[in-house]
Design a protein around this ligand. Structure first.
Ligand code: PMV
Length: 324
């Protein structure tokens, strides 16, 4: 095939971010915001990547040249170049490729845009050739590519983006889908403060190295919250789930990944009637996720956050994951 397309969803982490990097559990869900990659074979021996998020560039024997977005383009595009090259090397193919990315996922706020980009780039480039790889193999190559920018990645984002749905994940045990009773009325609000996941994870490592026993005790509490949360999801006890989100947020605050704008948003969510709210993803700004008792309530939370100047949107859980 000369042309192919793949898309992968963004995600939210409901419980357990950061501790998941150290082998603890997390609960995640893919959401109904997607990133689409179109790939095409070209005659020149180059990899061209363009996107709708202000970065574009080309990789050739002369190295990298940004055609949009300056040096920031290299940081964003290197994992995608790596994703494409991994497929070409694994298949012993030599061809130029043009990759076009169309993202509906706001970058740098904890919604897993780079994982969705790596997963869909591996899948789209792979589809240019005979004999498709399994989802497991696509996910593995995507994690390796993502590790170029975030070397300690737990792999959670790539898993949920590849396989979709609501899941329990740990680095050692892999993922297990969770069946929810009733729908979760979720809303995301962004502080507008972008972060580098790698830098924030490195900051948490420093905290851990200086406060090992405190960190271990917080990790144990966070793991306990995941166990209770999974039961609350399975039996539809959303009041309890909200309270657990608030508890998880207190732990995240203690490891230093909160932000004054996160606190402002959490206050807005709580006053608008959220059952619970917390950072989702790496933090240090980024986005907050809130659970509401009903769709009407989540609409109210979203409009209060918007009214205070924060971009906000209601989300549904995606069940499909990677689509090729
Ligand atoms: O902010 P995001 O979307 O990159 O999520 C990072 C999640 C962490 O747990 C902080 C890191 C990881 O590798 O799991």
């Amino acid at each position: 095939m000369n042309k192919s397309r793949a898309s992968a969803p963004a995600k939210v982490i409901l419980f357990g971010e950061h501790f998941v990097v150290y082998g603890n559990p997390a609960i995640l869900a893919s959401i109904n915001r997607r990133l689409v990659v179109d790939a095409r074979k070209i005659d020149e021996n180059r990899i061209l990547i363009k996107s709708n998020i202000g970065v574009a560039g080309e990789y050739s024997s002369l190295g990298f040249k940004a055609t949009e977005g300056g040096m920031e383009a290299k940081t964003t595009l290197d994992p995608l170049y790596c994703a494409a090259m991994q497929v070409l090397v694994a298949r012993s193919k030599k061809t130029g490729i043009k990759i076009a990315i169309s993202s509906g996922v706001p970058p740098g706020i904890g919604l897993g845009s780079s994982a969705a980009a790596c997963v869909s780039t591996v899948a789209a480039v792979n589809s240019l050739f005979q004999k498709k790889y399994s989802r497991q193999k696509i996910c593995k190559l995507a994690i390796e590519s993502e590790r170029l920018i975030h070397k300690n990645s737990s792999g959670a984002d790539c898993y949920v983006s590849t396989f979709g749905g609501l899941m329990h994940y740990s680095k050692t045990k892999g993922f297990k889908k969770i069946q929810a009773k009733g729908r979760l009325a979720l809303v995301i609000a962004s502080t507008g403060v972008r972060h580098s996941t790698g830098d924030i994870v490195a900051g948490v490592k420093k905290f851990k190295d200086r406060n090992e026993s405190l960190f271990q005790s917080l990790a144990k509490q966070a793991a306990g919250i995941c166990v209770q949360a999974q039961r609350a999801i399975a039996s539809g006890r959303h009041d309890e789930l909200g309270a657990l989100m608030n508890e998880n947020q207190m732990i995240l605050r203690q490891i230093g990944v909160s932000h004054y704008k996160v606190d402002d948003l959490l206050d807005i969510c709580s006053k608008a009637g959220a059952l619970g709210a917390k950072i989702t993803g790496a933090g240090g700004g980024g986005a907050v996720i809130a659970l509401a008792a009903s769709n009407q309530d989540r609409g109210k939370i979203a409009s209060r956050a918007e009214g205070a100047g924060y971009e906000s949107f209601e989300v549904e859980i995606d069940r499909k994951g990677l689509i090729v």
